[in-house]
Design a protein around this ligand. Sequence first.
Ligand SMILES: [Zn+2]
Ligand SMILES: [Zn+2]
Length: 752
Amino acid sequence: MRRLSVLFLALLALLTLALTSCGNHKLFRNGKSEYTIILSPDATESERYAAEELRYWIKEVSWTDLPLADLSGGVRGKRLVVGFNPLVSEMVPEAVKPEDRDDSFTVRSVGGDILFWGGSLRGTLYAVYSFLEEELGCRWYSSKVSVAPHKDVWSFNKLDRHEEPGIKIRDNCVLDVRSNPVFSARTRNNFVRLPGNNPGETIPGTAEGYWGVHAMGYLVSPAEFYSTHPEYFSMRDGKRVPRYAQLCLSNPEVLDICIDRIKDVMRREPDYLIYSVEQNDNQEFCQCDECTALAEKYGGQSGLMVWFVNQVADAVKEEFPDKYIGTFAYQYTRHAPKDIAPRDNVVIRLCSIECCMFHEYDDCELNVDFLKDLRDWSAIAPHLYIWDYVTDFAQYSLPVANWKTMGPHIKDFRDNNAIGILEEGDYQTVSCELREMRSWLLAKLMWNPDADVDALIKDFTDGYYGAAGPFIREYLELEDSILRRPGIHSDCYISASDPMYTNEFIFEGRKIFAAAKEAVASDQILYDRVETAEMPLCLLLMQKNPIVGFQEGADDLVRSVVEREGIDRMAEGEWSGGVVSAKRLMEQFDRLEKGMKEAPEFPAADVKATIQGVAYKKYEGPFMSTSQMLTKGKLVNSGIMPWIGIDNDPDNDHFGYVFDCWFKAEQDGVHQFTVVSDDGAVLLIDGSEVLDIDGSHSVQTGLAMVNLAKGLHRFTLRYFEDCEGQSLDIYLAAPDGYNGHLPASRLFTPNQ
Ligand SMILES: [Zn+2]
Ligand SMILES: [Zn+2]
């Protein structure tokens, strides 16, 4: 009986499925269709573009080319009506014409006709894309990868879909989106207004643009005004700063210039929605008495900023009633002010640069302050816009485990009334980890902050990586469990030496990628995509342990991905610590490879040493090199210490050490020793000098590659400190996989 009812239910389900997939109305069947795409004669450029896109993608899916016609032509047969026009009003009398800039849309069937309407600038276009994605299964995963699954037949009974954007202004700030307006529009990003990469590529519809960033430096520049009006610029420690710093906001002439100049910009470039009157990118706010008094009156530097920008906003309001003046809540202006609120035509752009990307805002001690600022601003600012950071700017390619937090962060922005978000990723290049998925997800989440992230990730990984999809998801879980283990936080400047990147992470990750590559070995296109996804792990390995990296071919993988993807840049800037230019990174690989090949060979010593420790001799005296230390220095102390270091030395200047021990090579092969010291250091292996950064200097890094036979080798390090700062750190990368500080467990005292 029970079995029977299960069978019955299954049959019912099949029947239901058959009915829905064989709806009453067939859009196309076996390469034929009765449908015509209908446009109003006065359709906007964007609506015409929407009709072309609908026609193009239906043809891709069905191999049927639908005709386009004017609605005045009295079309027979069934219709796809694009744009809000008299036909929509006639067929859906309750429908209200949306505002031009309204991105929300409706896809509705009336009988066998399908109507697509929304705001005339983008809404209708998004209606078309939504239909193509949700009903026909099209996807636009990146500017280069679109999916249009072929179907013999597609039919429907009833369609009624209405969507509104969760975030009004969606700026997916990565190069692939910003330089590809067509792709940008397909993924419902609505910021881009730059010309496209491809000749003739136009911008469909329009976008909700933001003119400028850090524009105060442009509106009132020191180059133009400092010589005649130093008082326009910030006062620091009693002096007006002549270079790029900040403006003296309490000076009424500065206000007048800002007003005149921003009005000029608004007249010259009228298509933007928000115009930047934003602080420059540094912390050197004006400390003059007037500025300080205003800041105190309004609860801090942000109060002074709002006081200033409100006056600019008041001055432009009459001439530009639909436009906004934008200003930052960034670094020294991040906290909300007191006793003053931004005007209705002011947009506050709040920046999350200090935040931890790995945790939700209410679930991380590093994010509590930001959440308070977000809520405080939300309470007083009529329009809040978020500048958010979603990748590693010190090294774009390194793995960043923020897959589970991007959604909740965007939800917090939406719940605190953000009208716009700029999600800053690899805006200068295309080297961010899993960049296609990251920006696709961000586009989806900015449109619908409540979207199911796991479902989106499954959609992308299966669609983009094919049979390797499940492995990519496994890798994301690995990132989540290791990089986001308890106690680990991460802002948007991460280096390869960060302790969260364990050997286990690299090892397990590469195992997953080996399986992923095997799954798609017969498909070169998918194989290349998986290799690109693996590149961050290989780069990490090359930076942490190039010895093993070369052994395992990690360098070749990085090289081939850099070349194939056309990656020219690895980091945002020199200041961020990583290697910026991809060319320089490849040159670094060349140098390391040469060092590996030419590494001097050392046979193991025929000794036994079992007691751990390092013999040391300490010298004092005014010497300028380690050789002078040995001839002129006074030997003051000697003995055994557990490890090589100067951290416990009580002296600050004019001292030095000779450290002497046996180093145990666990495995035959090239070992890399890195010495970071202030001042000089010289390293000898088995009596031969292999590293020399001697002399008086600030922190310098020296590198030695030596080919050691398994067993014991004499390890002698001479170090001296002249004056001012002092430091000594030694790192080992070994062929057995070890990388990190030279471990005490491999050092044995010679006195035994
Ligand atoms: Zn001032
Ligand atoms: Zn955290």
